[in-house]
Design a protein around this ligand. Structure first.
Ligand SMILES: [Fe+2]
Ligand SMILES: [Fe+2]
Length: 284
């Protein structure tokens, strides 16, 4: 049962920019064009400015200056610009400390999960859209932004109780204190912002994918496993890192070996480092 205070906080929580929400809907449409992306981004001056700074940074090694979003899309492709846009606005939103989770910010973990989800999507029994997987990955833990302030200094007692098997996992720990968890609250937040259904479902079921409706099981399992890969790739991702149960029925949805998982972890480590270097270089 969610308290009135938490419900009120969901309503009050600052929303992503209009451009960001529109881009998430574009990702969900089957036939989006480069023009759709250009038309959304060009009216958001802040997003446009940061994208241009990024694509002109040394990391991208462009031979000539990229001076418009249209130019950026034609040189790098719509998908790449879409990824960069999502990295930027989620960084603006998620890169702040969350005391309830003893975390410097959810952005690094969210980015690692998104990068892993994009790697896992093609390995599904029925390959899944990589862009949708990336988007759901980057948003999967947004519920923590709402719950952090309600948790107070509970992390140590949560970890202790999980270690002593008094609590099953971190989700149950959140429920023991607040009567709800970050998956449930994240789904409500996504619905409040009218995000596409696949994102709402991925957020709701990312720790218990077997409970998702059949249609949304693939994305729920992708984000479940991507979350685990992200936590394995870097231990410094908050007090709840690796304190969740792995749903072993994932093998019904993926074909990948232990070695492939290790490779995915290496790739997301490299990609994440590269993206963080680029942000550092442009001073954002
Ligand atoms: Fe989570
Ligand atoms: Fe997570």
């Amino acid at each position: 049962m969610i308290s009135e205070e938490i419900l009120a906080q969901i309503k009050k929580t600052q929303k992503f920019s209009d451009a960001a929400i529109k881009l998430m809907h574009v990702v969900n449409s089957v036939n989006y064009s480069a023009n759709d992306i250009i038309e959304i981004i060009r009216y958001d001056s802040k997003l446009t400015a940061i994208i241009l700074k990024m694509v002109n940074s040394a990391e991208f090694g462009m031979r000539r200056k990229v001076d418009s979003i249209k130019n950026a899309v034609s040189m790098m492709g719509a998908k790449k610009i879409l990824d960069i846009a999502q990295e930027i606005y989620t960084r603006m939103y998620l890169n702040k400390p969350l005391s309830g989770y003893e975390s410097d910010g959810m952005w690094q973990h969210s980015l690692r999960t998104a990068l892993a989800a994009a790697q896992l999507a093609p390995l599904c029994v029925k390959p899944y859209d990589t862009e949708k997987a990336f988007t759901a990955g980057i948003l999967h833990d947004i519920g923590k932004n709402v719950l952090s302030n309600f948790l107070g200094n509970t992390a140590h007692s949560f970890i202790d109780n999980i270690d002593r098997h008094r609590l099953h996992d971190y989700l149950e720990a959140e429920e023991s204190k607040l009567g709800t968890n970050h998956s449930e609250v994240g789904e409500l937040l996504a619905r409040e912002w009218q995000l596409p259904e696949f994102i709402c479902q991925a957020i709701k079921h990312h720790h218990k994918p077997s409970l998702a409706e059949e249609e949304f099981k693939p994305i729920a399992y992708i984000i479940h496993m991507a979350d685990i890969a992200a936590m394995l790739s870097c231990s410094d991702q908050g007090s709840d890192s690796l304190l969740y149960e792995v749903d072993t029925t994932y093998t019904d949805y993926f074909h990948f070996s232990g070695q492939e998982l290790e490779e995915i972890i290496l790739v997301i480590d490299m990609e994440c480092e590269q993206i963080q270097k680029t942000f550092a270089e442009i001073g954002e």
